[in-house]
Design a binder for this molecule. Structure first.
Ligand code: GDP
Ligand code: IMO
Ligand code: MG
Length: 459
């Protein structure tokens, strides 16, 4: 069925992206099971926010499963820009939005995002997992202290307290959203946590900050009272939605190369942006996931430290950064930019089980000629087709490029998007099709601008 997506612009068969293969029979009843994971295939900032908002039009709800307010997901609608750090990107489509247990929640950021949406006339239909862990102000202090201590091994974090909050979760010192709703329980847990954090700040890092336990308890209990109506068992709600045949989008934050297990360790984040994280981070079984869709930028960008083999330190890199607006959504830092690298995207396809790709920001490459794509790496005369586990080898990887013809800068991408795939210049089609060949996965959607309308569905 063809759909009218935005103000009279016929975009295409978005419904086709939700698989009919997910229909199956169970005890004689037809059960629909469209759980779709949207995952970043590079170093984050692939344009997941725009894509989730676009796809959410046809979904029933969106759930975030990892990360916290380190994420910055941008959605542009009618010339207005929204930046989401914690609220899922489906919210502007008026869909139910959930924050899963795998997310670490900074209540201050959450409440300000709710408030900002209200000011813009949106009333989010929001649900927060009672099992999600809480990010406290002292986690942010510790983030800075740990980064300084790590020196050359620091990842250049967003300083949003992400690593320290996940560390407490795993060490079983953490405090969960459910605890914020019970002041005496919060105080009991804070007795231990604040005492520990004060010791670490003062005695390990020589930090000057003093933590006042009672002040923290009061402040976060107040946050608890403010969010209490949103809190629920998200695993229960999402399983129920899936069992009813609703379409659920699992919105990944960060990207595969930042994954705590599969990323470029230690230059990544502390959660699992990869597809498996959607199961543990929401509380659904792998059998509930119908497909995993990877979002890839038409070039590479990275904010923070660590090796990026195709990084461009020249005018081309600068041009991409300026044209692509490549400045961190959360921190404003300039992003490091480079050529498209097929190696991490192929690796992402494997570790996530991606069956199709969405290519974003193709428009940004206009006017660059020739274009280059990294097909594989060389390390000391040896061909490397995969991401090595050890940092030193990855630092030594030299990209091997092939050149493709670029296309002119003077294009009206909005017009092209309206014309669909056929309206793309042959050079742009060759670029897309070469990425399909190198990754072995079809590209189903091409994004050519930040707005919803600037989107092409490829048959
Ligand atoms: P995310 O973290 O993956 O959601 O990505 P970010 O929002 O951090 O960064 C993507 C940036 O690119 C945002 O400013 C988007 O508005 C913008 N964007 C997304 N898709 C496109 C596109 O196809 N073309 C252009 N020019 N900008 C895009
Ligand atoms: P979205 O969801 C890009 C990077 C940081 C740093 C490392 C660890 O917008 O794609 P952290 O604060 O998580 O401890 O930082 O990971 N990083 C991101 N880079 N996009 C993101 O999120 C990121 N979230 C974290 O720059 O190098
Ligand atoms: Mg981002």
């Amino acid at each position: 069925m063809e759909r009218q997506i935005c103000s009279g612009i016929k975009l295409a068969k978005i419904k086709d992206l939700f698989p009919s293969s997910s229909l199956f029979r169970s005890r004689g009843v037809v059960v629909k099971m469209p759980g779709i994971v949207i995952v970043g295939t590079q170093w984050g900032d692939e344009g997941k926010g725009k894509i989730v908002d676009y796809l959410a039009k046809e979904a029933d709800c969106v759930v975030r499963y990892n990360g916290g307010s380190n994420a910055g997901h941008t959605v542009v609608v009618g010339g207005k820009t929204f930046k989401f750090h914690i609220i899922p990107s489906g919210v502007l489509q008026g869909k139910r939005v959930y924050i899963g247990n795998g997310v670490v929640v900074d209540p201050e950021v959450l409440l300000s995002e709710i408030e900002n949406l209200r000011k813009e006339g949106f009333k989010p239909d929001l649900y927060i997992s009672d099992r999600a862990h809480v990010v406290f102000a002292f986690h942010k202090i510790l983030d800075g202290l740990e980064e300084r201590f790590k020196g050359s091994l620091s990842a250049g974090t967003t300083l949003r307290g992400i690593g320290p909050a996940y560390s407490d979760k795993v060490a079983r010192f953490g405090i969960r959203v459910a605890d914020l709703l019970d002041e005496s329980e919060l105080r009991r847990k804070m007795d231990v946590l604040v005492a520990l954090k004060q010791k670490v700040i003062s005695q390990v890092y020589n930090g000057k900050e003093t933590l006042e336990k009672e002040e923290i308890v009061k402040k976060y209990a107040e946050f608890g009272r403010k969010i209490t109506n949103y809190v629920c068992d998200v695993s229960f709600a999402i399983n129920e939605a899936l069992d009813k045949g609703e379409t659920v989008i699992f919105e990944g934050a960060q990207g595969t190369l930042l994954d705590i297990d599969h990323g470029i360790y230690p230059f990544g984040t502390s959660s699992n942006p990869t597809a498996g994280g959607a199961c543990t981070g929401v509380g659904v079984g792998p059998t509930k996931i119908s497909k995993v869709v990877g979002v890839a930028k038409a070039y590479t960008s990275r904010v923070g430290a660590g090796p990026v083999p195709t990084e461009l330190m020249d005018k081309v890199g600068e041009r991409i950064r300026i044209k692509g607006g490549e400045y961190g959504t959360t921190t404003g830092r300039p992003r490091r930019c480079g050529w498209f690298d097929a190696v991490p995207v192929r690796y992402s396809i494997r570790v996530n089980g991606i069956s199709e790709l969405i290519l974003t920001k193709l428009d940004v490459l206009s006017g660059i000629n020739p274009l280059k794509i990294c097909t594989h790496y060389m390390v000391k005369n040896k061909v490397v087709n995969d991401i090595p586990a050890d940092l030193k080898t990855y630092e030594e990887c030299k990209p091997v490029y092939e050149e493709l013809e670029g296309w002119t800068d003077s294009l009206d991408w909005h017009q092209i998007a309206m014309g669909g795939y056929e309206a793309l210049l042959p050079q742009a089609k060759t670029y897309i099709e070469r990425i399909e060949e190198l990754t072995g996965v079809p590209i189903k959607i091409i994004s050519v601008g930040p707005e919803r309308e600037d989107t092409i569905i490829k048959d």
